[in-house]
Design a protein around this ligand. Structure first.
Ligand code: MN
Length: 163
């Protein structure tokens, strides 16, 4: 009788530990999926990017605010083409690490929590590092003067060159 009780108790303890473990894993998954402030959005169509890029619009352009904003996620190695914003752009990095480069200047490392300004009418690119994805919120002001002029892709050689 004592032996049966002991077996039952052991089974109950194992069952309890298993339940706790499942609960912990579920809560970790929930925390991970809730970690991002904004949704990842839709996969960007190829053409202005190299690699896989996700875009979530946040503020649609209109004649009251004249500002457009969205969250962009670059998978490792992904980046924009070279491009120009007639009125400049502000980037707020919300996850991961990547690069921002203004033509003629060294490639700049950008990381979660940093804010980068890109002056008007300057060719530049931004994207993830090769070992990490990167998410940023972009803001383009004064959109009545234009939003973006796309240029050529950033080559592997340009992407890997630190200067
Ligand atoms: Mn830009």
């Amino acid at each position: 009788m004592g032996k049966i009780c002991s077996v039952l108790t052991t089974n109950l303890v194992v069952l309890l530990l298993f339940s706790l473990s499942v609960a912990a894993q579920t809560s970790a998954l929930t925390a991970a999926s809730q970690h991002a402030v904004f949704p990842k959005g839709q996969k960007a169509t190829a053409g202005n990017f190299t690699g896989t890029v996700w875009v979530q619009p946040l503020v649609d352009n209109d004649s009251v605010y004249n500002l457009i904003s969205g969250s962009v996620t670059f998978e490792p190695g992904a980046r924009t083409n070279w491009h120009i914003h007639p009125t400049g752009q502000i980037l707020m990095i919300t996850e991961g690490a990547g690069y921002h480069q203004i033509k003629g200047q060294p490639r700049e490392l950008i990381r979660k929590g940093e804010v980068v300004k890109c002056p008007p009418n300057v060719p530049h690119w931004h994207g993830a590092s090769s070992g990490s994805s990167m998410t940023h919120i972009y803001m383009i002001p004064n959109t009545e003067k234009g939003i973006v002029q796309w240029m050529q892709p950033v080559s592997e050689e340009e992407y890997n060159r630190s200067k």
